[in-house]
Write a protein that binds this ligand. Structure first.
Ligand code: NAG
Ligand code: NAG
Ligand code: NAG
Ligand code: NAG
Length: 256
């Protein structure tokens, strides 16, 4: 699947978003993003692989109930806001940009972009569930310090990324009663609007900074997906086990 990563860039003195810290919650920090090998999001999982003949159930309503808990976990777990590591990025054709005091906000806007369908295969005894996850809007803020030859610029970089979509593939093996997270793939890394504030920025410098920021933020989104799978997902899988139990019971009564 190809990603759509549309951008709109503007240099403005207008606004910078405030990071809303939550009382009593220490934000987590995302490790630095390696953008050197990180240009196109990986999408090496083919959902068709698990759509074998079997029993399907529309579990959208159940999934929304779980989603409520996930939103709470995201906030309590210090993932909204989530702190970003300082980053050093080279600019093309010359110079560099240092980004500090970075934040990403609104991971708790997580929702589903489509129905949630569970598929149970009698052959393999595996129940597969793909969650079509969407983040409605993610806000990324950084302070930047750009150095190009003898010139130095400082200001803020604010990005608004909308409609980031990913599929989270979960499974449950009824042979050993083990739920697992199979894989997440980024379906659509969304539309991004990047704004730079700062004095004296020339067009070509904004272009160079935008290109670098775009690559970095793309990497940030992929890292967030990984983090997201690592952290709230354990609890998620536990809740899923209860859900699957329920589905299986109702499937048994209606199908067998
Ligand atoms: C940018 O970051 C690099 C690496 O951390 C550091 O060596 C350099 O001094 C920084 N430059 C500015 C202008 O902050
Ligand atoms: C699944 O269920 C939801 C709500 O119960 C409904 O809105 C949606 O249309 C259903 N999807 C399919 C593919 O049947
Ligand atoms: C399900 O669990 C059983 C028992 O541990 C294992 O033999 C089987 O390979 C598992 N199936 C899949 C598809 O992982
Ligand atoms: C599903 O069935 C199992 C075994 O019959 C039972 O132990 C379990 O409580 C049932 N779960 C639900 C949610 O009804």
């Amino acid at each position: 699947m190809k990603t759509a990563f549309l951008i709109l860039i503007s240099a403005t003195l207008a606004y910078t978003s405030q990071v809303q810290l939550k009382e009593g919650i220490t934000p987590q920090r995302l490790p630095p993003v390696d953008i050197s090998n990180n240009i196109v999001p990986s999408s090496n999982y083919d959902i068709e692989d698990i759509r074998f003949s079997g029993i399907t159930a529309n579990v959208t309503e159940y999934a929304y109930k779980i989603l409520e808990n996930i939103r709470t976990l995201i906030i309590r777990g210090g993932l909204d806001p989530l702190q970003l590591s300082p980053q050093y990025v080279s600019l093309f054709p010359v110079g560099y940009m240092n980004l500090t005091d970075g934040w990403v906000q609104d991971l708790s806007t997580i929702t589903f972009s489509d129905s949630v369908i569970a598929t149970y295969s009698v052959d393999t005894n595996i129940l597969a569930l793909t969650l079509p996850i969407e983040f409605e809007t993610l806000l990324i803020n950084y302070d930047y310090h750009t150095v190009i030859t003898l010139l130095s610029f400082t200001g803020t970089c604010d990005a608004e990324i909308s409609k980031v979509k990913l599929n989270l593939h979960l499974g449950f093996n009824f042979t050993d009663f083990h739920a697992f997270v199979d894989k997440a793939d980024v379906k659509d890394s969304g539309n991004i609007i990047i704004k730079f504030t700062g004095l004296g920025l020339l067009d070509w410098i904004i272009d160079a900074m935008s290109d670098a920021a775009l690559l970095l933020f793309h990497g940030v989104i992929l890292s967030i997906v990984d983090l997201f799978i690592d952290k709230p997902v354990d609890d998620f899988v536990n809740q899923l086990n209860a859900l699957i139990d329920e589905i299986l019971n109702s499937t048994k009564t209606t199908v067998f």
